[in-house]
Design a protein around this ligand. Structure first.
Ligand code: G6P
Length: 608
């Protein structure tokens, strides 16, 4: 996600900002920029591409003199990566500059309103709305203007703001996007994350939601959104720089697992409006949705597993036939795409060679492609006819977790939208499902809080040779992802099996002590899966069960149980996957594996 750095002090600001931004590169970005007050006006330099481009453009900051400034590395959300869309953004008179990390959900109506008041926009970003809105409310008091904006905007934001009329100050605010401030004897700093300023200070303040900070050369003042001044205590950072990039987590994978409640919220909430699902980027009229006869979902790896889940959800509630295919198979098998077939390509990176080839193949056959993609401006995002972004932010660990969770949400939204438009979901059921969707982030948080129990269990299996994951229906799709998570990072052989298929082969592999993870979250299939658990237990298996809270019957057939909170049966994947991710992670940690960079695997598979 975007990175923010700001400095006000005794030294030149630009080199400090460039240095700080370089420490945030791990977050992923596609463009970078800086705004520095040069004694007369605010100067901005920005460019698409690596930070190196900005460094060259400004001769290492030398062409931007001044001791107060803000900088930004942008990870595109609204608007493709480009010079115009890079931050900082100005107001029209170029007297206010803003950098932003997050998503302004109501930016469209705000933009329209500002345009009607004569404001002109030069970018496609949601951030530019903030620059103009601050200008709109600014009557000489920056704090007042900023807090008014905070009352007006919805969504998530961390902001760094400078005003030409107040060159001795920087303002910083946050809501649901990270922001810290720090101080040393030479000045004050703002940053998205600790590593950006660790070279200068270890004394930092963590800004809480809806707090505002006014930074001067030698002191900082903190305020509430109602402009009341508050006291805050600094925290002394004792992690090393490497640990700091991971926000104190041992691995990126663990950090990303913990980001899932936010990822789910970010993918979900901007698309829920007035108790309805609005997917503007779908670009389909109700008539076109009604005309769909079949959906082809094409993807690789974990993205393919979300497609398998979606098949159950879309067929179940929208009653549209769905075929799910591995992109590497699809592209060479001369698929039959009849009229009325919609193709959906799912990809975190947007660069997976097979998925891209499948997209091109579909377009060649004359079919429109919807991309469900995480990386804005990636090849699949650019070539798909329409793109639904998952707002998971950059994912660094090779084994996907948060992007997978975001893909599930995008697919649930699609399924519900189609079901409603086609008249297969009545108002009551739709509302209740929306309520369940909104509860998912809190429920995921609860499951993550249980990590120690799963860690203890995982430690018992670091010597395992084979592990089997079984389930039926959506539980089978969950099993596939649970199995992949374990094998890719712990190097333990594991397989997912449709529980009903066990008797046709895999049961012969069960020996005394073999671990079988049974997923049983579907009430209608519960008794069937229970029988399969009894069968493997009778042959010596140790059975780990993942089921819904209240299904205590399972304890008859399981040796160890993990309960997930109740949700709509179509959404259980979002919850059941959490303990399975944690299980895979802790087995790998216990074995001493390189969790974030497993052997032979790549994050983005750009070759066949
Ligand atoms: C690699 C990654 C997986 C990912 C798969 C598909 O194998 O390690 O985590 O699921 O590629 O990648 P995509 O970027 O298309 O989702």
């Amino acid at each position: 996600m975007c990175g923010i750095v700001g400095y006000i002090g005794k030294h030149e600001a630009a080199p400090v900002i460039l240095e700080g931004l370089s420490k945030l590169e791990y977050r992923g970005y596609d463009s970078a920029g800086m705004a520095v007050f040069d004694g007369e006006k605010i100067q901005i330099q920005k460019s698409v591409g690596r930070l190196k481009v900005l460094e060259e453009l400004t001769h290492g900051g030398a062409t931007m003199p001044g001791t107060v400034g803000i900088g930004h590395t942008r990870w595109a959300t609204h608007g493709a990566p480009s010079d115009e869309n890079a931050h900082p953004h100005y107001n029209q008179e170029e007297t206010i500059a803003v950098v932003h990390n997050g998503i302004i959900e109501n930016y469209l109506p705000l933009r329209e309103k500002l345009i009607s008041k004569g404001y002109q926009f030069v970018s496609d970003t949601d951030t530019e709305v903030l620059a103009h809105l601050i200008d709109y409310y600014y009557k000489g008091n920056p704090l007042e203007a900023i807090t008014k904006v905070m009352h007006r905007v919805q969504g998530s934001y961390a902001l760094g703001i400078i005003f030409a009329e107040y060159p001795d100050q920087i303002f910083a605010v946050r809501k649901d996007s990270p922001l810290i401030v720090g101080q040393n004897e030479n000045g004050c700093f703002i940053a998205s994350d600790v590593p950006a300023i660790l070279k200068y200070t270890r004394k930092v303040y963590f800004i809480e939601n809806q707090e505002v900070v006014r930074l001067r050369v030698d002191h900082m003042h903190f305020y509430t959104v109602d402009e009341e001044e508050i006291e805050k205590e600094p925290v002394t950072i004792d992690w090393d720089a490497d640990a700091a990039e991971k926000g104190g987590y041992e691995h990126f994978m663990l950090k990303e697992m913990y980001e899932q409640p936010k990822t789910v919220t970010d993918t979900l909430m901007p698309r829920i409006k007035d108790n309805d699902i609005v997917i503007e980027e779908l670009g389909m009229s109700d008539e076109e949705i009604n005309a769909i006869r079949k959906i082809f979902i094409v993807a690789c790896g974990s993205a393919y597993h979300t497609g398998v889940t979606a098949k159950y959800v879309i067929e179940g509630i929208a009653r549209i036939p769905v075929e799910v295919d591995l992109a590497s198979e699809f592209r060479y098998r001369n698929p039959i795409l009849e009229e009325g077939t919609m193709v959906v390509v799912i990809s975190q990176s947007g660069e997976t060679a097979d998925s891209l080839a499948a997209l091109r193949e579909s377009k060649k056959l004359g079919h429109k492609v919807l991309g469900i993609v995480n990386v804005v401006g990636s090849s699949i995002a650019r070539e798909a006819d329409n793109v639904m972004y998952t707002w998971a932010g950059p994912e660094i660990a090779v084994a996907t977790t948060k992007a997978y969770s975001a893909q599930l949400i995008a697919l649930y939204l699609l399924a519900m939208k189609f079901a409603k438009v086609r008249g297969n979901l009545d108002e009551g059921a739709f509302k209740s499902m929306l309520g369940d969707l909104k509860r998912l982030p809190g429920q995921i948080e609860r499951l993550l809080a249980n990590k120690q129990r799963i860690q203890r269990f995982a430690n018992r299996y670091i010597g395992a040779k084979d592990v089997f994951f079984i389930g039926r229906g959506i539980d089978y799709a969950i099993s596939m992802e649970g199995s992949l998570k374990l094998k890719e990072i712990s190097y333990i052989h594991s397989e997912a099996y449709a529980a009903g298929e066990l008797k046709h082969g895999t049961i012969s592999l069960i020996e005394e002590g073999t671990l079988v993870a049974a997923v049983a979250t579907q009430d209608t299939l519960f008794q069937k899966t229970l029988s399969n658990m009894v069968e493997v237990k009778a042959r010596g298996a140790f059975v780990l069960a993942v089921t819904n809270e209240g299904n205590t019957d399972i304890e008859k057939a399981a040796d160890y149980c993990i309960y997930i909170p109740r949700t709509n049966p179509y959404f259980t994947n979002s919850l059941a996957i959490i303990p399975l991710q944690l299980f895979g992670y802790y087995v790998a940690v216990g074995k001493g594996c390189d969790v974030d960079k497993p052997r032979n695997l790549a994050k983005s598979v750009t070759v066949e």
